[in-house]
Write a new protein. Structure first.
Lengths: 359, 291
């Protein structure tokens, strides 16, 4: 509807300008700033001038090395034994002040493949905690995305029935979404308590006392699972509602036709409901994935990354460095890494779910 | 006939049973929170092991609330959160709606490019800009009553200004305005109405639903702010409610007081939600309907 009545350069900028300026100043500028800062040694407060340090931050975060060690041999060339097993040089002897292996200096063991043949292979990382954080974050996303998306769809199908009072149930299921994640995380901290927590007591009652209490947030094997369960509990109602609005776009005549044809419930879901939800599905999974990569508040309230780094995440590391240690450049480098990951994953998702039929 | 009726009744019963069980799962932590807030610490911990955790039984009082108010300046925290939330919501509704208006109805140089850039910001999670934004905020100038000062840390402005304009809100407005009758606006222009008049007299009166949506979304984001104020507000006098929680997590955690504080900051939001639940659900669902 471009006409001389709608063209208005001055008024247009006057009305949109403030928002454009704010988005430029508080989203775009810091976004590009993150890239720039990640190549420096900028600190929040520092007496020294900021210096350009190239890829140093990235190297110290992402540096990896593979080290294969042979057993120690004595003067005669025979393998030296210790407690009935071949003795290997320690990793420390390679990574600490060893002029023969400058490339491994300062690295620590991340994990090893164990002995194969008569050698042992280690994977070393410059920052083992950050590596753990990356792995944990991916683990969180990979478990939460399908589980939360699937449960949300189940709830949406349940709530989409025409039953008296269904609105009441929808209201209850959605309730945790409006409660702050910080509040929710504190409540679950008490529920997960190892001594007299609700969860332990419920499980113990259900199994007539056979269940042994678990310190859910205090053990490396259960802490991440506990965070995942709580996160799903809080957010699943949100995605239920998105599925629900997708369900309501499917034409009722399709269901009527299926009923006349005598289709089974599964057939109706498989051939009518699911195809009708395709766009919603893409959206739900992309949104869940993007939110899951930002995992921070629950961790900060419940575990602070522990026990033994089993719940470290990328954002927790970024904040701990950038704010906790006032290492702005290190925190910025982590932010950039996170953005690259989020962008790549969402591009891959979009590519995988692209409309193959479209020309 | 009888047979099939019985069967129907049983299936209906099972459906409701499932619905109720799931409802219990979603409601129990919140019921636990409210009930515990009235119990003394010792009873609270004993009760948290059984069904009494969800019942208003035993020694009930408002003591936890009184003690919580003594421990921390709760009134200040609530005032801060309400102030920051209300100011941000109002400014956001005004500036994002005028921007959405300009993007939808007007032709101006740079419009398409600016809109594309704004939409692109939707894929930038706040977590990835928090750290550089912290540095910017610590060095930004401000002209106030006491002249030019540097640094925005420990203030209301640092909690408000960065969150006024965002891509999603502008997009929601633009999307809604697109469906309004464009001829109406053009006719008003032909009649000689100014853009400002059209915005105020024609568009805003028709925009109730989108204003409600944008307001609810912004309200939830702002009231629940945690990461950002954690970093930029160290002084008690500017602290919002979520960061104020730290006062209750010192050496010996008084759980009764924690529960009282959590109830205090959560129940008003829940009441607001229960009162306007249709609008809340619709507005959050609409953020998902972009694609």
């Amino acid at each position: 509807m471009a006409s001389k009545f709608t063209v208005s350069n001055r008024s247009g900028w006057l009305m949109a300008g403030p928002s454009i300026a704010l988005i430029f100043g508080f989203i775009l500028l810091p976004f590009f700033f993150a890239f720039g800062l990640s190549f420096t040694n900028q600190r929040l407060i520092s007496p020294n001038p900021t210096e350009f340090t190239g890829f140093d931050n990235y190297r110290s975060l992402l540096g990896l090395g593979i080290l294969t060690l042979e057993p120690i041999k004595d003067a005669s060339g025979a393998i030296q034994m210790k407690d009935g097993a071949p003795e290997f040089p320690t990793v420390r002897s390679i990574t600490r002040n060893n002029p023969d292996y400058p490339q491994y200096a300062g690295m620590r063991e991340w994990f090893n493949f164990g002995t194969s043949g008569d050698s042992i292979t280690y994977v070393l990382a410059r920052d083992v905690v950050f590596m753990t954080a990356i792995v944990n974050t991916f683990l969180f996303v990979i478990i939460v995305a399908p589980l939360q998306g699937g449960l949300a769809l189940g709830l949406a199908l349940l709530i989409n029935q025409k039953l008296r009072g269904i609105n009441f149930f929808r209201t209850i299921y959605f309730m945790p979404v409006v409660v702050s994640i910080v509040v929710v995380a504190i409540l679950w901290r008490i529920i997960y308590d190892g001594n007299n927590g609700l969860l332990n007591n419920i499980l113990s009652a259900l199994t007539f006392g056979a269940f042994q209490p678990v310190n859910w947030l205090g053990e490396t094997s259960t802490a991440m699972g506990a965070v995942i369960a709580m996160s799903i509990w809080q957010a699943v109602g949100f995605h239920m509602v998105i599925w629900l609005s997708g369900l309501q776009t499917i034409s009722p005549t399709l269901y009527e036709a299926a009923a006349i044809e005598g289709a089974s419930k599964w057939q109706v879901f498989r051939y009518i409901t699911w195809p009708g939800l395709k766009n919603t599905a893409v959206l739900v999974f992309i949104v869940i994935t993007m939110q899951a990569f930002g995992l921070f508040s629950q961790i900060n309230v419940m575990t602070k990354g522990g026990p033994l780094d089993s719940t470290q995440t990328i954002v927790f590391q970024a904040i701990e460095r950038g704010y906790g240690k006032q290492d702005i450049s290190g925190g910025s480098a982590i932010s950039v890494i996170l953005f690259v990951i989020v962008l790549s994953v969402s591009l891959i998702q979009r590519w995988l779910t692209r409309d193959k039929g479209a020309k | 006939m009888m047979q099939s009726n019985d069967n129907h009744g049983l299936r209906l019963f099972l459906r409701y049973l499932l619905l109720v069980l799931i409802a219990v799962m979603f409601a129990f932590p919140l019921v636990f929170m409210v009930m515990s807030s009235f119990k003394p610490d010792q009873q609270l911990l004993l009760d948290s092991g059984n069904v009494r955790a969800f019942l208003p039984v035993g020694d009930l009082s408002f003591n936890n609330y009184f003690e919580a108010f003594e421990r921390a300046p709760i009134g200040v925290f609530i005032f801060n959160s309400v102030l920051v939330t209300v100011v941000t919501v109002v400014l956001s509704l005004f500036l994002c709606s005028t921007a959405g208006f300009a993007f939808t109805f007007m032709e101006w140089r740079g419009r398409k490019l600016a809109f594309t850039i704004i939409l692109a910001t939707l894929i930038v999670p706040f977590e990835t800009i928090a750290i550089p934004l912290l540095l910017l905020a610590s060095k930004m100038p401000w002209i106030g009553f006491d002249g030019l000062t540097w640094g925005w840390l420990n203030s209301y402005r640092v909690q408000i200004i960065p969150f006024i304009a965002d891509g999603l809100t502008i997009y929601l407005f633009a999307q809604y305005f697109k469906d309004l009758p464009g001829e109406l606006i053009e006719a008003a222009r032909v009649e000689g109405a100014s853009w400002w008049q059209i915005y105020r007299k024609i568009v805003m009166p028709l925009s109730g639903p989108v204003l409600a949506t944008a307001a609810i979304l912004k309200f939830l984001v702002m009231y629940n702010q945690y990461l950002w104020p954690l970093m930029v507000v160290q002084q008690e006098e500017y602290r919002p409610v979520m960061v104020g929680l730290q006062y209750f997590f010192q050496l010996n955690i008084a759980w009764g007081e924690v529960m009282a504080y959590l109830s205090l900051i959560t129940i008003p939001v829940l009441a607001f939600y229960l009162y306007l639940q249709k609008a809340f659900i619709a507005s959050l669902a609409s953020t998902g309907v972009k694609g």
